[in-house]
Design a binder for this molecule. Structure first.
Ligand SMILES: *[C@@H]1O[C@H](CO)[C@@H](O)[C@H](O)[C@H]1NC(C)=O
Ligand SMILES: *[C@@H]1O[C@H](CO)[C@@H](O)[C@H](O)[C@H]1NC(C)=O
Ligand SMILES: *[C@@H]1O[C@H](CO)[C@@H](O)[C@H](O)[C@H]1NC(C)=O
Ligand SMILES: *[C@@H]1O[C@H](CO)[C@@H](O)[C@H](O)[C@H]1NC(C)=O
Ligand SMILES: *[C@@H]1O[C@H](CO)[C@@H](O)[C@H](O)[C@H]1NC(C)=O
Ligand SMILES: *[C@@H]1O[C@H](CO)[C@@H](O)[C@H](O)[C@H]1NC(C)=O
Ligand SMILES: *[C@@H]1O[C@H](CO)[C@@H](O)[C@H](O)[C@H]1NC(C)=O
Ligand SMILES: *[C@@H]1O[C@H](CO)[C@@H](O)[C@H](O)[C@H]1NC(C)=O
Ligand SMILES: *[C@@H]1O[C@H](CO)[C@@H](O)[C@H](O)[C@H]1NC(C)=O
Ligand SMILES: *[C@@H]1O[C@H](CO)[C@@H](O)[C@H](O)[C@H]1NC(C)=O
Ligand SMILES: CC(=O)N[C@H]1CO[C@H](CO)[C@@H](O)[C@@H]1O
Ligand SMILES: [Ca+2]
Ligand SMILES: [Ca+2]
Length: 574
């Protein structure tokens, strides 16, 4: 009897007894966001493409990047730069072919660079087959989207509620063919999928498995707070603090998004996706898949994402909650809040920029190195937006049609035509004219550059103290933020002087170990020329950031006594 049940148990386990390998590979990772249109153009049409990225894969390996994530590459009418997908299983011809992608992934694997796909599940393009079938009520597809009759006021039909699109104006558009409104959180040609329909959930599961078959190491999931909507018969309340220039009834900021953001069902959906990727890896004994989620949201909701299986609920606090005027105390608060607020076993992450935001070098003028040093020295995951490693700035020399364009201009490889991005006669967005001086080739040659600093930081991250050390944040003399990582052997200290006008003297005696103080790294142009370092009055030059390493002499004594202990015991016994 007993042996039979053992066999049964073994069989049951056997079914699911694969193994997820290399668990936690992402915990100290550097993720790098590639914006494919702007990274490298292989065929001179002025638009970046997959072959271009493949040609540059060794760059990521050289630099020490763990994983790249690709902004959308799926087939798209490009109403919103690929965030409007019309075929989830194919590559937009502007970027190349499915074979190009397979080559990219294969080469990346051989270089040990992981590749993550941007999944855009909140909506499709109105050109997607599903929408074509849904708009004429083809059986099984009627409810793929969020359709509604609207309300009759007298003889006039109006949208069912007051919900507004993220890009302002009503989130409902009337469709003549179907004689109903459809809902869109973003642009009109981006109808929202109806995740309350099981068939839609099944479609997305199949799509996730499809891309895992192609070889992706995980997904960055776009706009998760917008996946579900609440009761359509209800209006959203007016927001409490409306900006003075906003138009009530038109602008998204004027409503409190109690029904169109962060609905509780979202977390169940993320959990189901976690399960899909885990089951997939488990069944095939593959490396763990990673899930990154994009959500501009509150603390409790961020915790929900952590607890639903998102490895990296993006931390945008240095984009949304701080700027160049923020004090060291404010930075400290942001860091401490994330560290104490995240779940105990959750991994912190730090994002300084992305394709929707002003670049970090433009938001923190002259302090781009501070911000990169900060994300690299803090515990957990660092996320780089392409070009941050060379201090690329927003291209504000042109009048762009889109408010998000200035941060999306081509990568600045060298000082040749089009910054080495394209051999074409024009590029889809104009290259920043500063490429003549701000470019990778120049920075590789230079003794002191943003790029050199970036690669040195990545090397330093591999040290035990930055992988495992604890964290302390201290404000010194009102001007300097100290970020200290410490093990019982040594301490790495980042000192950021927020004062651009004068150097500040700080006393580190009670904060760090005393032995072998060594300046490991410094921000570009920091003017640091101390020959002997005095921990009691260390000068941090105006606007500079430095990384200091010190050693615990007691720890090495401790270790030597400890290692003699067995020997002593041996003597004692004999
Ligand atoms: C996965 O590994 C287990 C042992 O850990 C082995 O029994 C199983 O056959 C492997 N499965 C595959 C698909 O390789
Ligand atoms: C509905 O639209 C699809 C896609 O355009 C088309 O193939 C199909 O024939 C249409 N069905 C009806 C009933 O019009
Ligand atoms: C709607 O009704 C009003 C009066 O009730 C009338 O003046 C108007 O012409 C009607 N409009 C349409 C489009 O039928
Ligand atoms: C939205 O409403 C909630 C209560 O339902 C309130 O706590 C919150 O402050 C409101 N937010 C805004 C932006 O109006
Ligand atoms: C939406 O309205 C706000 C003002 O409330 C404005 O700042 C923003 O640029 C508008 N967005 C678009 C896409 O027009
Ligand atoms: C951008 O357009 C504005 C108004 O149309 C104009 O005043 C400004 O000079 C333009 N800037 C550039 C860099 O062309
Ligand atoms: C670029 O411009 C040159 C000179 O005007 C022209 O000869 C060439 O055909 C153009 N190349 C492309 C790819 O359009
Ligand atoms: C760069 O460093 C090398 C070796 O340390 C030195 O020989 C060279 O003079 C330096 N160049 C500049 C421009 O400082
Ligand atoms: C630095 O000096 C400028 C003008 O010289 C002043 O506006 C600014 O407030 C000063 N900054 C600090 C941090 O003292
Ligand atoms: C370092 O040396 C340079 C030139 O020798 C000098 O201008 C600068 O003030 C010094 N910096 C510090 C922090 O002493
Ligand atoms: C938060 C957010 O807006 N994320 C993306 C969701 O989709 C829109 C529309 O396609 C994109 O523009 C956003 O980047
Ligand atoms: Ca191209
Ligand atoms: Ca939605």
């Amino acid at each position: 009897m007993k042996s039979i049940s053992l066999v049964v148990v073994a069989l049951l386990l056997g079914v699911a007894s694969g193994e997820i390998l290399n668990k936690g590979w992402w915990k100290n990772a550097v993720f790098y966001q590639v914006y494919p249109r702007s990274f490298m153009d292989s065929n001179g049409d002025g638009i970046g493409d997959l072959k271009g990225i493949t040609d540059k894969l060794s760059y990521f390996q050289e630099t020490g990047i763990t994983a790249i994530w690709l902004s959308p590459i799926n087939v798209s009418p490009m109403v919103d730069n690929g965030y409007d997908i019309s075929d989830f299983r194919n590559i937009d011809p502007q970027f190349g072919t499915l074979d190009d992608l397979k080559n990219l992934i294969q080469k990346a694997k051989s270089l040990r660079v992981k590749v993550v796909l941007d999944l855009v599940p909140n909506h499709t393009s109105d050109k997607h087959d599903w929408f074509q079938l849904s708009q004429n009520r083809t059986k099984n597809y009627e409810d793929y989207y969020i359709w509604n009759d609207g309300k009759k006021i007298g003889n006039v039909t109006v949208p069912p509620n007051n919900w507004l699109s993220v890009f302002n104006s009503s989130a409902w558009t009337f469709h003549e063919g179907r004689n109903q409104y459809y809902f869109h959180q973003f642009y009109k040609p981006q109808p929202d999928l109806n995740y309350r329909n099981e068939a839609v959930q099944k479609e997305m599961k199949d799509i996730i498995e499809y891309w895992l078959d192609i070889g992706f190491d995980g997904f960055r999931i776009d706009a998760v707070p917008h996946l579900f909507e609440g009761d359509i018969t209800k209006d959203e309340p007016t927001a409490t603090d409306i900006p003075p220039d906003a138009v009530v009834g038109r602008d998204h900021v004027t409503l409190n998004h109690t029904l169109t953001k962060d609905q509780p069902e979202t977390y169940e959906l993320i959990k189901s996706w976690r399960k899909i990727v885990d089951d997939y890896a488990n069944k095939r004994n593959q490396t763990e898949k990673v899930i990154l989620t994009e959500a501009y949201t509150s603390w409790p909701n961020t915790l929900n994402y952590y607890n639903s299986g998102s490895n990296v609920p993006f931390n945008f606090k240095f984009i949304t909650d701080a700027d160049a005027k923020s004090s060291p105390a404010h930075f400290k608060e942001i860091i401490d809040n994330w560290m104490s607020g995240k779940p105990k076993d959750g991994i912190a992450n730090w994002v300084m920029g992305n394709h929707d935001r002003v670049r970090v070098a433009t938001r923190y003028p002259g302090r781009e190195d501070h911000m990169i040093m900060l994300e690299m020295i803090l515990p957990g995951i660092a996320v780089t937006y392409y070009g941050e490693e060379i201090g690329m700035e927003d291209n504000n020399h042109f009048n762009f049609t889109e408010f998000r364009d200035p941060c999306r201009t081509p990568f600045q490889w060298d000082s040749s035509k089009n910054a080495g991005f394209s051999t074409g006669n024009k590029t889809w967005l104009p290259v920043n004219p500063n490429y003549v001086t701000v470019n990778l080739e120049e920075q590789k040659k230079s003794n002191e550059s943003h790029y050199k600093l970036y690669t040195e930081l990545i090397k330093l991250r591999k040290s035990d103290v930055l992988m495992n050390g604890n964290l302390q944040t201290v404000v010194l003399n009102n001007d300097v933020l100290a970020v200290i990582r410490k093990t019982n052997k040594n301490a790495v200290t980042l000192l950021m002087n927020f004062n651009q006008n004068s150097s500040v003297s700080v006393n580190l005696n009670d904060l760090v170990y005393q032995e072998q103080p060594e300046i490991k790294l410094k921000s570009v142009g920091s003017n640091l020329n101390q020959t002997s370092i005095e921990l009691s009055k260390l000068q941090v030059p105006a606007g500079a950031a430095i990384v200091l390493l010190t050693t615990n002499s007691a720890a090495s004594i401790g270790i030597s006594i400890f290692s003699f202990l067995p020997l002593l015991l041996h003597f004692y016994r004999s």
